[in-house]
Design a protein. Structure first.
Length: 182
């Protein structure tokens, strides 16, 4: 089994739940995808790193760093940076804080981000695109150049369209319909 198929199976087994759920947007859904159950698992990180890096390479996204809004983006970014290091490549990860700390450097971005470099913003699940757009705003205000957004799962609920209207491509490792398809 290849890495993409193994990751799909792992997401289906660990992260997809059917039932009646209220999403963070307030909308109701007959399914919930808690990607963190997979992104924070050792096997999930191994697979997300390799599949995510391959997806970035196929798109021609040659970034200096990957990251996004904490908490969902963190294990995705770390997994991809680790996969790059294992392949002998340089790629750093960063975290965008939801708000600046009132002490220390007061930065909104922590980790391997450098101004005037190309970055890929990552997400665990894209629903409305709001988290990715907030991360993009902070990255661009800090001098980064966003190549695009990479998500583990696209819920297919207008997030892609919203990101594209704002001028950013979205690459998703999986769509919700692909994970729900039996």
């Amino acid at each position: 089994m290849n890495d993409r198929d193994a990751l799909r199976d792992l997401l289906r087994a660990r992260s997809v739940r059917k039932g009646d759920f209220v999403l963070s947007s307030g909308a109701r859904s007959s399914f919930y995808i808690d990607a963190r159950v997979t992104t924070m698992a050792g096997q999930g990180q191994l697979l997300i790193g390799r599949v995510g890096l391959d997806t970035m390479d196929a798109a021609g996204w040659d970034a200096a760093s990957v990251g996004g809004l904490t908490l969902g983006a963190d294990p995705v970014a770390y997994s991809i940076a680790h996969a790059a290091a294992a392949a002998g490549r340089s790629l750093d990860a960063f975290t965008v804080r939801k708000e600046a700390k009132g002490h220390g450097t007061g930065r909104r971005i922590e980790g391997g981000f450098q101004p005037e470099t190309d970055v890929v913003v990552v997400e665990d699940v894209v629903t409305t695109g709001d988290s990715a757009l907030r991360a993009i705003q902070v990255v661009e205000e800090s001098g980064g150049r966003v190549l695009g957004v990479l998500s583990v799962v696209d819920r297919e609920e207008a997030g892609r369209e919203r990101l594209e209207r704002a001028g950013y491509a979205l690459l998703s490792l999986f769509t919700a319909s692909a994970l729900l398809d039996d």
